[in-house]
Design a protein around this ligand. Structure first.
Ligand code: RTP
Length: 155
């Protein structure tokens, strides 16, 4: 009853090119699955320059912005939609601090990365941005969200 009163959110998780190249996709998916969240969309995708710039538009004025865009388009990314109660904030906790050297052990960045500029994964910073980021990808990359198979009648 308590859980049903809480808001089910969705968040956009993206394994960045270094995470894909290093073979960390399974490890990262596994952490969200084990926590209890539900995977509702997944796509291996070469992010075009304009989508990367749109995704990180709030950072456009930063000195590292050109390098950040170069990094994001440097190879395929794995885009995912995850659903669950409190999933946006919980995913940020599972991911850890932006600088992997400051991220706690036990977090994805804390365990798997050392450089801010190669921090293996992105997670939305608010439920609104989660919806926006998933919607943007759905439009541009035929990223389709699955129906809940538990709603099917048994054969
Ligand atoms: P993200 O958006 O990728 O989930 O990361 P975040 O919220 O933890 O960090 P944010 O401040 O939004 O920065 C986005 C990404 O930009 C790169 N960055 N580089 N060189 C630098 O000082 C610097 N600062 C940020 C990182 O890849 C960071 O994840």
């Amino acid at each position: 009853l308590v859980a049903s009163l809480e808001q089910v959110d969705e968040t956009y998780i993206m394994v960045k090119p270094d995470g894909v190249q290093r073979g960390l996709v399974g490890e990262i998916i596994s952490r969200f699955e084990k926590k209890g969240f539900k995977l509702t969309g997944l796509k291996l995708f070469q992010c075009p320059q304009d989508l990367a710039e749109e995704h990180y538009k709030d950072l456009k004025g930063k000195s590292f912005f050109p390098k950040l865009i170069e990094y994001i388009v440097s190879g395929p990314v794995v885009c995912m939609a995850w659903e669950g109660v409190g999933v946006v904030a919980a995913a940020r906790k599972l991911i850890g601090a932006t600088n992997p050297l400051q991220a706690e052990p036990g977090t994805i960045r804390g365990d798997l990365a050392v450089q801010t500029g190669r921090n293996v994964v992105h997670g939305s910073d608010s439920p609104e941005n989660g919806k926006r980021e998933i919607g943007r990808l759905a439009l541009l990359a035929s990223f389709t969200l699955v129906m809940d198979i538990s709603r099917l009648e048994p054969l």
